[in-house]
Design a protein around this ligand. Structure first.
Ligand code: 5AD
Ligand code: SF4
Length: 434
């Protein structure tokens, strides 16, 4: 027989990446071995994303390719998890009968029962507000950087977004469980933790988010603390102050703006205006002058006029983000925006997207070039000793989350290195040992 093997393919955001680690943890507890080779797997799991149509199509075509494989090996079990599983539920099995199990993000724990009972046709997509109370094991591959969930779900209902429908209502994990998990991770040698939630700055459990950061900041052995993702509506001065004041909290924030036009922000139900957003930026830069700020923008939201788009372009120019994730608006069935008037044609969305990205590209380059000559701390991507011989190229990240390639790297015993930036590039920094 040998050990059963499982293959997990993850689409989408960090939340999904970490959910896959939890599924891996559950499976290892059941004696499965994880494999990177789908052909030898007894169980294939797709952890899906439905934030934009593209991610959905990619998964569906991948899934189609498994049909003949299943016909040849009827014992193969196929599970679909994640946001698309939640949305499609039962209908996924009707559409693709070679799928055995369907489980949504609030029902990851059901994987244990499904694989134990091994009865095809299992669907677990019920609302499960108690999922936060379950402490699931996570199998983390990397060894130095870890994701830690602090909250689940979202209550914001931005009109374009499917997430509140697939991940349910906001629930925060108890701080003691979070702190214990991070203490365990640092004992295992992890140096960096990224707190995860759809809207981490609205974390509210036995304590609030700023208090949680303070407590985690005190954990011995932890060197870097990050968190994603944030909503500008919940960014308080206390939080801006904490980012500047707590030594382990890294000088980087991802703060999605989505649009620079007030009327589009209103149609998106973002609950802030452009000037509210600018106040957040001012606060962040007041307490942390060198903070790196990254953001998300949606190009071509329904009803977006040329003037609205111009406002977004001007916002990008005046804020000067360090990086930007911009996407064409993608209608998601079931969301309010998909029923709005004024949907734009794809070529217009594409043209606006390209304009935004082009402007940001030159800003990113300029901001990276401004770092030339600076000495910065880099956390190496792989542990010392595995970085190759002295003189080779090593890579890592600054506290501001910029990718650095270090020439003539000297292999030390620490996974941190001080480097001098020699060149700022479009997507990375070049450096040498300082
Ligand atoms: N179309 C395009 N982009 C979207 N996002 C969320 N929903 C959509 C959609 N329907 C983007 C937002 C969000 C990021 C994670 O994905 O910018 O911040
Ligand atoms: Fe979606 Fe808005 Fe919630 Fe983010 S805050 S997950 S964009 S609804």
């Amino acid at each position: 027989m040998g050990t059963k093997k499982a293959y997990i393919k993850t689409f989408g955001c960090q939340m999904n990446v970490h959910d896959s680690e939890k599924m891996a943890g559950i499976l290892e507890g059941q004696g499965y071995e994880l494999t990177d080779d789908r052909r030898v797997a007894d169980l294939v799991i797709y952890n899906t994303c439905s934030i934009r149509q593209k991610a959905e199509q990619k998964f569906l075509s991948d899934l189609g390719r498994l049909k003949p494989v299943k016909a040849q090996r009827p014992g193969l079990r196929i599970a679909v998890a994640g946001c698309l599983a939640q949305q499609m539920g039962e209908s996924l099995i009707k559409r693709a009968p070679h799928v055995d199990f369907v489980l949504g993000p609030q029902n990851i724990h059901s994987l244990a029962e499904m694989t134990r009972e091994n009865k095809p046709g299992g669907v677990a997509t019920s609302e499960n507000p108690d999922a936060t109370l379950l402490e699931l094991p996570a199998s983390r591959k990397e060894g130095m950087r870890a994701w830690v969930s602090i909250m689940y779900g979202c209550n914001n209902f931005c009109t374009y977004c499917i997430v509140p429908y697939t991940r349910g209502r906001e629930t925060s994990r108890n701080s003691l469980n979070i702190i214990n998990e991070i203490k365990g991770l640092t004992k295992d040698g992890f140096k960096e933790v990224t707190l995860l939630g759809q809207n981490v700055n609205s974390y509210e459990s036995d304590i609030g988010f700023v208090e949680l950061l303070r407590k985690i900041n005190e954990i011995d052995g932890l060197r870097r603390l990050r968190f994603v993702t944030n909503h500008p509506g919940n960014l308080s001065e206390r939080l801006a102050e904490a980012i500047g004041g707590l030594d382990k909290v890294c000088e980087h924030i991802h703060l999605p703006i989505q649009s620079g036009s007030d009327s589009i922000l209103r149609a998106m139900n973002r609950k802030y205006s452009f000037s509210d957003y600018m106040k957040c930026i001012e606060l962040l830069r007041k307490y942390t002058p060198d903070i790196a700020i990254t953001s998300d923008i949606i190009a071509g939201f329904p009803g977006e006029t040329a003037e609205d788009h111009e406002s977004t372009v001007n916002a990008v120019k005046s804020i000067e983000f360090d990086g930007l994730y911009a996407f064409r608006y993608s209608p998601r069935p079931g969301t309010k925006a998909s029923d709005m008037d004024g949907h734009l044609d794809d070529p217009i969305k594409q043209e606006r997207l390209l304009e935004i990205l082009e402007i940001q590209d030159s800003i990113t380059l300029r901001r990276n070039q401004a770092l030339e000559g600076r000495v910065m701390e880099v956390m190496l991507d792989i542990p010392p000793g595995t970085n190759g011989p002295d003189g080779s190229v090593a890579s890592g990240r600054t506290r501001t989350n910029k990718i650095v390639n270090i020439a003539n790297h000297v292999n030390g015993s620490d996974c941190f290195a001080m480097v001098r930036i020699t060149r700022g590039n479009k997507h990375s920094l070049s450096a040498e040992p300082a």
